[in-house]
Design a protein around this ligand. Structure first.
Ligand code: PGA
Length: 258
C-alpha cells in the first residue's frame, strides 16, 4: 500500500501511438525511471497495447492500465471492455470520467459512479477525473460543480469507497490548452475535494491520492507538485515524450518528503 507522502504520476497517453511506438516507449520509460523509487508511476494506454505494457513493464517500478472500462462485468455490450479483461493483462490503474469521454460519449455521473465501483471491486485503482468548464469557473461555481461530481459516487456507494483510490482534479479549460491552473487554484480545489470527502465520515478516507491534471509540463511540474494538497499529476501530452515524462517524474521525487 502507498503512503500519503509518496507522489504519484500517471501518464494518460490518450488515443496516441502504435505497436512500434509502445514497443520502444515502454522500454525507454522503464530504463530511464528504473532508479526512481520514491514515486509511484503509471501509464494509461489504449486497450490494444496493454499486452505490450505487461510484457515490457512487468517486474519494473511502473504500473499500467487503461483509460476507460465497461460498467458491466460481461455480456451483450458490443464494443465494451470489462474490468476482468483489463485484469487479464495485470492492469492496475483505470481512468474514469475523463472530460474528453464525458463530452464525446455523453458519460453520465451515474455511469461514472458504477464504473468507479466496479474498478475497485475488481481490485484495481480508479483514477476519477473531476473538474469544471471555463464558464463554470468564471461564474464562480467550480466548487459546486466538483462537489456534485463527487456526490454522485458518495450518494451511491458512500465516502469510504474513496479508500485506496485516486482523484484527478482536471479543470476542463486547462486540458490540452497550455494554460495550467495556478498553484493557488489547484491547492484550493484539492483541499476542497479532500474536505468534502471526509466531511461526513468519522474515519478519514485511507490512501486517497488527489492529483492535478491539465497542461502539466516540465516548467510547471515542480511548483504544482510541491503543494501540500497535491499528491501528484495526470499527464497528457507531456507523457508522450519520454524525456519530458521522465523529468516530470523526477520533479515529483524531488518534492517528496522523506
Ligand atoms: P494534457 O492532458 O496534459 O495534455 O493537458 C491531461 C489529461 O487530459 O489528462
Amino acid at each position: 500500500m502507498t503512503t500519503r507522502k509518496e507522489k504519484i504520476i500517471i501518464g494518460n497517453l490518450k488515443m496516441n501511438g502504435s505497436l512500434d511506438f509502445y514497443s520502444s516507449y515502454f522500454n525507454d520509460v522503464k530504463e530511464n525511471l528504473k532508479n526512481l523509487n520514491n514515486v509511484l508511476i503509471g501509464l494509461c494506454v489504449p486497450y490494444p497495447y496493454l499486452f505490450k505494457a505487461e510484457e515490457i513493464l512487468k517486474n519494473s517500478n511502473i504500473g499500467w492500465g487503461s483509460q476507460n472500462v465497461a460498467k458491466f462485468l460481461s455480456g451483450a455490450y458490443t464494443g465494451e471492455v470489462s474490468a476482468g479483461m483489463l485484469k487479464d493483462f495485470l492492469s492496475l490503474y483505470v481512468i474514469v470520467g475523463h472530460s474528453e469521454r464525458n463530452t464525446a460519449y455523453c458519460e453520465s455521473d451515474e455511469n461514472i459512479a458504477d464504473k468507479f465501483k466496479i474498478i475497485k471491486d475488481q481490485g484495481m485503482m480508479p483514477i476519477l477525473c473531476v473538474g469544471e468548464t471555463l464558464i463554470e469557473r468564471e461564474a464562480g461555481i467550480m466548487e459546486t460543480v466538483v462537489e456534485s461530481q463527487l456526490k454522485a459516487i458518495i450518494e451511491r456507494y458512500g465516502a469510504k469507497t474513496f479508500d485506496d483510490t485516486i482523484i484527478a482534479y482536471e479543470p476542463i479549460w486547462a486540458i490540452g490548452s497550455d494554460m495550467a491552473a495556478t498553484p493557488a487554484q489547484t491547492n484550493k480545489m484539492c483541499k476542497f475535494i479532500r474536505n468534502k470527502i471526509n466531511k461526513n465520515i468519522t474515519n478519514e478516507v485511507k490512501n486517497l491520492k488527489i492529483i492535478y491534471g491539465g497542461s502539466v509540463n516540465t516548467k510547471n511540474a515542480l511548483q504544482l507538485f510541491a503543494l501540500e494538497s497535491v499528491d501528484g499529476g495526470l499527464i497528457g501530452r507531456a507523457s508522450l515524450d519520454v524525456s519530458e515524462f521522465v523529468s516530470i517524474c523526477k520533479a515529483a521525487t524531488s518534492v517528496t518528503k522523506k
